[in-house]
Design a protein around this ligand. Sequence first.
Ligand SMILES: Nc1ncnc2c1ncn2[C@@H]1O[C@H](COP(=O)(O)OP(=O)(O)O)[C@@H](O)[C@H]1O
Ligand SMILES: [Mg+2]
Length: 260
Amino acid sequence: MALQAKNLEVTYRTAGGRSVPALTDINLEIADREFVTIIGPSGCGKSTLLKCFGGLLSPSRGEVTVNGQPVTEPDPNRAAFVFQDYTLLPWKNVLDNAAVGLHFAGRSKAEGRAKGQEMLELVGLDEFAKQFPRELSGGMQQRVAVARAMAMDPDILLMDEPFGALDEQTRQKLGSEMGRILTETERSVVMVTHSLDEAVFWADRIIVLSARPGRIAKEIEVKAPRPRSLSFIGTDEFALIRAELFRLLEVPSAMAEASQ
Ligand SMILES: Nc1ncnc2c1ncn2[C@@H]1O[C@H](COP(=O)(O)OP(=O)(O)O)[C@@H](O)[C@H]1O
Ligand SMILES: [Mg+2]
């Protein structure tokens, strides 16, 4: 098993001294190579959960472990992040962006370049190594962000609405492409999304969180083998699970029933 969360609870304290319970009673295990998607109402604690997984935030209660080791601080070799807004460095070219994590980890320039180049090949951008982020489309920039995360050889890739800033067509194209890449690299992946389609399309398992404070309302297994082609969207399995997600997220009483 790659990641385990035990009795996780997060309560934020605002500057005014108010406490905001964001997550409660989260118990979760994510297997090696499993692809888990997390979906839930806005503000239910999805990003908070991912931050706990990545060591960017210490839970108020409970514990996260990766391969049995407690997560107490960020470590991109253990869990690397891809955020919605790419977060590339505009003054560095594509190759240097892909290698920036290795640079901060103190690896040699040669090693960074070699690994960065390898990862750019993986995401199909090796020909763009010398370009700058502003010269690339949003979808391409996000692939650089994925290459940068993968260059660290993480046990787990954590993605927070990685395609949220892209238009629908780019999302779909990038989606099926990334599915192939992520399956080939055999990592565990946890991806937060607000798209029902994405949640089903990618996942071995979907975690549905309830409204804040987020708790696990439902876990849904998606059995179709990965990587999936876009034709998966036309199957009964896809339609049935999507309909169930829609009911859970759009019909207020459905989520409450599922949580009990
Ligand atoms: N640093 C913070 N201080 C206080 N409240 C916060 C902080 N970060 C997030 N929250 C609150 O915690 C809840 C969960 O936030 P978040 O994890 O970002 O939700 P999601 O990603 O599901 O939209 C929200 O109500 C948000 O306003
Ligand atoms: Mg969020």
